[in-house]
Ligand binder design. Sequence first.
Ligand code: FAD
Ligand code: SF4
Ligand code: SF4
Length: 1001
Amino acid sequence: MRAVAEESRDLADELQRVVQGEVRFDGATRMLYSTDASLYQIQPVGVVIPKRVEDVQAAIEIAARRKVPVLPRGSGSSLAGQAVGAALVIDFAKYMADILHIDRDAATVTVQPGVLVTPLNGELAKHGLMLGPDPASADRATVGGSVGNNASGSHSILYGMMADHVQRVRAILADGSHAAFGPLDAAALVARASGDSLEANIYAQVPAIVNDAMGDILARWPKHWRRASGYNLDRLAAALLPADQRSRLSFDSRFRPPVSDPVAIDHFNLAQLLTGSEGTLAVMTEVTVGLVPRPVRTALAVVHFDDLVEACAAIPDILETEPSASELLDRHMLDLARAQPAFAKRLHFVRGDPAALLLTEYYGASDAELAAKLARLEQHLALRGWKTTTVRVLDKAKQNDVWTVRKAGLNILMSRRGDYKPIPGIEDVSVPPERLADYLGRVLDFCKSQGDIPDVAVYAHASAGCLHVRPLVNTKTARGVELMQALGDYACDLALEYGGAMSGEHGDGFARSSHNPKLFGPKLYATLQAVKRTFDPDNLLNPGKIVDAPPLTEHLRFGPGYQTIQLETVFDWGADGGFAPAVEMCNGSGVCRKLGAGTMCPSFMATKDEHDTTRARANALRNALAGRIPADQLFADTLYDVMDLCLGCKACKSECPSAVDMAKIKSEYLVHYYRHNGLPWFNRMMGLLPTLNELLYKFAPFLVPAVNWGLATPAAKTVLARIGVHPARSLPVYAPETFADWFHRRAAQRAAQGPSTPAPNDPVVIFHDTWVNYNETGIGEAMVRVLEAAGYAVRLAEGHKCCGRPLITGGQAEKAKPWIDHNVALLAPLAYQGIPIVGVEPSCILTLRDEYLDLAADAKRARLLASQAFTFEEFIAREVAAGRFILPHSDRPRRALLHGHCHHKTMVGNESTVAALEAAGYTVEVIPSGCCGMAGDFGYETGHYEISRKIGEDRLFPAVRAAAADTVIVASGTSCRHQIEHFTGRQPVHLAQALAAALTD
Ligand SMILES: Cc1cc2nc3c(=O)[nH]c(=O)nc-3n(C[C@H](O)[C@H](O)[C@H](O)COP(=O)(O)OP(=O)(O)OC[C@H]3O[C@@H](n4cnc5c(N)ncnc54)[C@H](O)[C@@H]3O)c2cc1C
Ligand code: SF4
Ligand code: SF4
């Protein structure tokens, strides 16, 4: 027998010869594709990233010949494990993501499977259209994956599920042949069944299989329309039944979306069978989906309840008022949201401490219509005896806040630190809404009766009878695994009893497929198996999902045997329970794969490659720490490569709903990596710069002009290039006099002129960073002028050291510790006196608030210092709000275009910069930019130059280039300003310079 490795190499070689896209069989790639957003983990055989339909066809044909399973994949955000397997993964999301045709009249769109739902909706909005199903994961979910999962969302009570909209599909079948599926009448169905192709055989067999099982389908099919379990045989059955018999398939509940009525299904359409088949029947290469009109206006009523089960009991009454959605959030979720600043600031719609909220939305053509609908809801609830508080949310931005919290629901839950995690399994049962309260009550009682389940979180689609119930279970213990099984079994019993399904939305995958024999009963289950065999006789398409599945407790990412290597860390990881637990916080939900919005993750936005996501970095490290790859690989180049393109922008700290802090993780990792592999010259130089600058001005300031001249010479460029600085980059020029010297000289001159009048406002200490002190001294000067003009007594942080950022990001965090301890000792006494310490450079001053807490020897004093450390923008916004900062500025109209520094956006937000600019009379437009691409010294490195450019080109550079000549481009980050100037030719200014310009005019 040939060795597996040899066979895999042969397969890779054969694929390489025919595929125009990428073929990757290396260990790192296989590791990165071994998870999705589920509890499961399996290494694939290899990965193909196709560029054309021909690539997909060739890959499947070759795999079929070699009897290698195939697994189509979108963004891998599946929650049940359907996007992982020991198969050849075909990743559609990188290249096959085009919108092929929008037919406005027919209200349809034809796309390649890899297009993301949110950007697609952005295009469709231009035509007043959108996809009906709206999965909460839409910002990274692909259309292919959404069809594969039969996705639905908060508005399913109006729009049903994906299967209600998919019209046509082009696909590659299990043997590598092409097929096109769409609606067929009886004659066309017969015609398609002739011939000896796999497609013809499918058309010959599947109707017969369904007809044979018709009696059982009518008698035993789940009676709830919200079903993602099994295959959509009910849809085929409806098409095969005479029109007057179709109503026998109708669902139990009074409340169901009009589009989900089987009575209306009059064509046999295998595209609808492929929908929800989780890649087990065919691999789609093109999909045509029907669209719905975008709502004109919406309003939300946030209905508060003191009891969770009661909230569910109110659902039928709420549904009588015909909302477009009614979504549940429980107290557990609200508590976790309160603990995360990014969500806490959006919770304006919560009053007191409710046990549950029903976020109930209405559509309307006018505000008056919406107001009437909200009033009707309130009256109706009162009439039915519900004593509730209702918060009306009419403002669009505030409604967005509500939906942001709701859509991040699961991720917020997953942000819980520790080994007890809210596990899926029973998370997706759907029952008729009339029975929801009863169902929930019993599930909660069952969880309570089990012990070792500290809590249960509940949220989601109450209006559709589909609640995500997530008990806290520790799957790293044998008891936890036992509980998983027990919970799944109980949920299946209840689903059967209530006429629902194990999955109402997230699909079967590994989590629920093993319950399908029980859910559907032996006869219908055999029918599902027969359908699978007809499409895929050799069981090669995503095997083990929907039918013939392993137990739900196999292939766990964290099972009882899970252990990790303990590193002696430089940072304090106490709050996470250790370094490995911090890495394990990534739950794979893939928000770091979104495009064109927010900042996380800039490297993925530039490459669209899984390798460059936050998830990939966490995945790689987790596997290495858990010994799933040989121990020596932890500090090998492959792992370093996965970490390399992390810019340390910190966006994941706030945008990753699990708050995975990859910038900090990378800083820790690099310390250990460089201990094993030696520190590169580039990092040495960047780490030494603050010291060299200090020495230059202390001992040889007269050399400054010569140094400036020397640095611009070709010889210096050559030396810099040798240590890794890209030749197109130039280092900042040294100033003739340091900012500190300017400050002291000016103070001395003033003192010589006699006593000055005391400043009306309190003193402020400026924390001047290396760049402002030695290079861009004008910024410091502007800051002093502005603060003094607004009445503050300005002092300098005398004798401080560099904040340590270049060392921290450059893998030398331990060397930064003495500087950090020095600064804490020097500045904490000022903080104790309540004196604000205001930074010029956002990334420097925010280091005092972030990394200092994990690196300082005296944590208590570091916390004290952090409490008084402010960015310039933050300080001004605070003072403006308190009525103390009043800038005497000219009335000339001024426009500013703002790009926020990543660390500032993460830890503070852009709002303070806007407030500061407005206080000086600017009209401000914020560029919806992500990272600039420079990120400290990242963009200087030769190997990073191109990606650095691409990141900036995503949104930032085009916005800057389009700005009018008299618009001031404001960017407070030094690296952001250099990057903008380098690639656009526009010269941005620091906030202080913008304010000073308004002052001096
Ligand atoms: C936080 C969070 C919230 C979520 N909320 C929702 C929600 O509200 N509603 C919902 O429905 N789901 C939800 N999901 C689940 C999931 O994100 C969605 O179902 C999503 O639509 C899947 O898209 P994807 O691109 O990630 O697909 P993947 O996970 O990559 O794939 C999904 C399935 O489709 C198959 N597939 C992918 N491409 C093809 C193809 N070309 N041909 C054939 N089969 C293919 C895969 O094999 C797999 O079985 C959520 C997930 C997370 C993490
Ligand atoms: S890093 Fe965060 S956003 Fe990305 S997959 Fe992990 S948990 Fe999700
Ligand atoms: S720090 Fe920035 S670049 Fe690094 S993983 Fe997080 S979002 Fe991505």
